[in-house]
Design a protein around this ligand. Structure first.
Ligand SMILES: NC(=O)c1ccc[n+]([C@@H]2O[C@H](COP(=O)([O-])OP(=O)(O)OC[C@H]3O[C@@H](n4cnc5c(N)ncnc54)[C@H](OP(=O)(O)O)[C@@H]3O)[C@@H](O)[C@H]2O)c1
Length: 287
């Protein structure tokens, strides 16, 4: 599949859409002139325009013009975003949707593939629509995202869909194909988890400031510490506990620090945070 020739659109132009849209332009996968975004206001669209992407306030433009359409609105707004589209798309483009030649990538947390497909059928007036469900994280913006995706089970297994997802998401980070039942866990653990890590970086920087470092230096060093630790886990393939134990000398400083960390319920807190985020994401999808 020659992705560089595709027209790729985003319905919803906020944080997640920008992370992917800008990421794929920066990675050189698509020229900015092949990237389109729609939203009701100019709040986010002006940023897209500054990269050279095409913008519109009419979601139907994206559906009509683009070969691949990312659905990137909040879960409760998907139906509303497609209101008024029925009867406006050309027969040619509707037929492309039905043949899965024009397809969709949902980044909407908590909404199952079947539900998104059903909404598209109803709102566009088509007998079927091909939807890849994905769960990307915002570090796509800096080329270090994580994205899990799933293909609809009921549809034929054609390689171009997974190839598209792999190429787009690998250009902005690490990409894994999973079963749909596992996707919500990815959103809670690693989508929301990105915010948990920001909180950890801030807490680590606060500790360093308490011990005498200036704020800016402490934040930079805390972020690099997280980046470096993550890279060590990925590049050595070793268990994080093994790496931790190797820097925890008997009677030393690190084990002295690990004790109060364990006493504070640090690990249980992270597990509960992920559990709460996954549960809430499921509720939002249902509502
Ligand atoms: N943020 C994350 O880390 C993350 C991770 C994984 C998945 N997601 C999913 O990504 C989706 C978007 O989240 P977000 O964080 O990017 O939200 P966001 O920053 O609030 O962006 C939402 C976008 O939707 C636009 N919008 C609102 N109503 C619309 C309509 N009727 N038609 C077209 N566009 C409309 C908004 O327009 P304006 O620009 O005019 O305000 C905005 O551009 C959600 O479903 C979320 O579950 C987010």
């Amino acid at each position: 599949m020659d992705i560089s020739k595709k027209q790729v659109g985003f319905i919803g132009a906020g944080n997640m859409a920008k992370a992917i849209g800008r990421g794929i332009i920066q990675a050189g996968l698509l020229d900015a002139s092949h990237v389109h975004a729609s939203a009701p206001s100019e709040t986010n669209l002006k940023e897209w325009a500054s990269w050279g992407a095409k913008t519109t306030n009419d979601n139907c433009d994206i559906l009509e013009l683009c070969d691949v359409v990312f659905l990137a609105v909040k879960p409760h707004l998907l139906e509303r975003s497609l209101d008024g589209v029925l009867g406006r798309m050309s027969a040619d483009q509707l037929s492309r949707v039905e043949k899965s030649d024009k397809f969709f990538v949902s980044v909407i947390a908590g909404l199952k593939v079947d539900r998104v497909e059903q909404i598209l059928q109803q709102k566009l007036g088509v007998s079927s629509a091909y939807v890849i469900r994905s769960m990307p994280t915002t570090p796509c913006l800096v080329g270090e995202g994580l994205c899990a995706y799933t293909l609809p089970r009921s549809k034929r297994e054609a390689p171009q869909y997974s190839e598209f997802a792999e190429r787009v998401y690998s250009s902005v980070g690490r990409c894994k194909r999973l079963e749909e039942a596992q996707i919500d866990a990815v959103g809670g653990a690693f989508g929301s988890g990105t915010a948990f890590v920001f909180t950890f970086i801030d807490a680590m920087a606060s500790g360093a400031v308490k011990m005498g470092l200036p704020w800016a230096t402490a934040r930079e060093m805390a972020a690099q510490t997280v980046l470096g630790a993550g890279k060590m886990v990925l590049e050595t393939g070793r268990h994080p506990c093994q790496l931790r134990d190797e820097v925890s000398s008997p009677g030393g400083a690190t084990i002295a620090g690990l004790h109060p960390l364990e006493e504070s319920g640090f690990r249980a807190g992270i597990v509960s945070a992920i559990e709460a985020a996954v549960k809430r994401s499921g509720e939002l999808g249902k509502n």
